[in-house]
Write a protein that binds this ligand. Structure first.
Ligand code: HEC
Ligand code: HEC
Ligand code: HEC
Length: 124
């Protein structure tokens, strides 16, 4: 490649890199909306990392060994994290689904478990 060609190549690269950075910057970020004031069952860092183990482990204990603790209850997650507008943790901006969609995770949990919070006073 001639020096001139090389310079052109370098210039193209310099133009292309910010464009690439821009493109990746446009990937939709999960929209983490905290619908209720208060605190989670564990600090945020622990929740981000360990919530699957909390839930999956507890599911095993509950279903297979009949042990029930309510600290990491799935009902509890839904009750606190359901959206004020849809009442659900699912949907495009739903707390659980928006982050899972971003992370490429799919769950079957809500085929059986309620994805909506129970309204105060409503009959189950
Ligand atoms: C085929 C139906 C079914 C599916 C799918 C399912 N569960 Fe369950 N789960 C149950 C039943 C039945 C119980 C026991 C009854 C109860 O406690 O509500 C239970 C109980 C639980 C409990 C303890 C009760 C509570 O509310 O905390 C947790 C936690 C739980 N499941 C988590 C999960 C998670 C996480 C998934 C997805 C990875 C999942 N389940 C998928 C049927 C299901
Ligand atoms: C009492 C209400 C409440 C309950 C119950 C609850 N959360 Fe939270 N959660 C919060 C709040 C409030 C935050 C924001 C951080 C904070 O202040 O703790 C949060 C933060 C989180 C985060 C971090 C979000 C981020 O910014 O990345 C995850 C993940 C999470 N919760 C998942 C769960 C799961 C899974 C359960 C059920 C095992 C659950 N939460 C139960 C209130 C709750
Ligand atoms: C801040 C992002 C984020 C939020 C919010 C979030 N999750 Fe997750 N979740 C993840 C990621 C990432 C994984 C995959 C983690 C892995 O494979 O180690 C995951 C995995 C899971 C799994 C295990 C799936 C499996 O079959 O292995 C369960 C169960 C789960 N999430 C439940 C929930 C529930 C219920 C909520 C809402 C209360 C929720 N998550 C909110 C990011 C999130």
């Amino acid at each position: 490649m001639s020096l001139r060609g090389l310079l052109r190549f370098a210039a193209c690269l310099a133009l292309a890199l910010p464009a690439l950075a821009f493109a990746s910057g446009r990937t939709p970020k999960p929209e983490i909306i905290i619908a209720n004031p208060g605190h989670c069952v564990e600090p945020t860092e622990i929740m981000r990392r360990n919530h699957p183990q909390m839930l999956l482990h507890q599911r095993d204990l509950t279903v297979h060994e009949g042990i029930r603790t309510s600290k990491y209850s799935l009902k509890g997650c839904v009750q606190c994290h359901a959206s004020k507008t849809t009442g659900s943790v699912l949907g495009e901006k739903g707390f659980c689904q928006s982050c899972h969609a971003y992370a490429g995770v799919t769950l079957d949990c809500f085929e059986c478990h309620a994805s909506k919070a129970k309204l105060a006073g409503a009959t189950p």
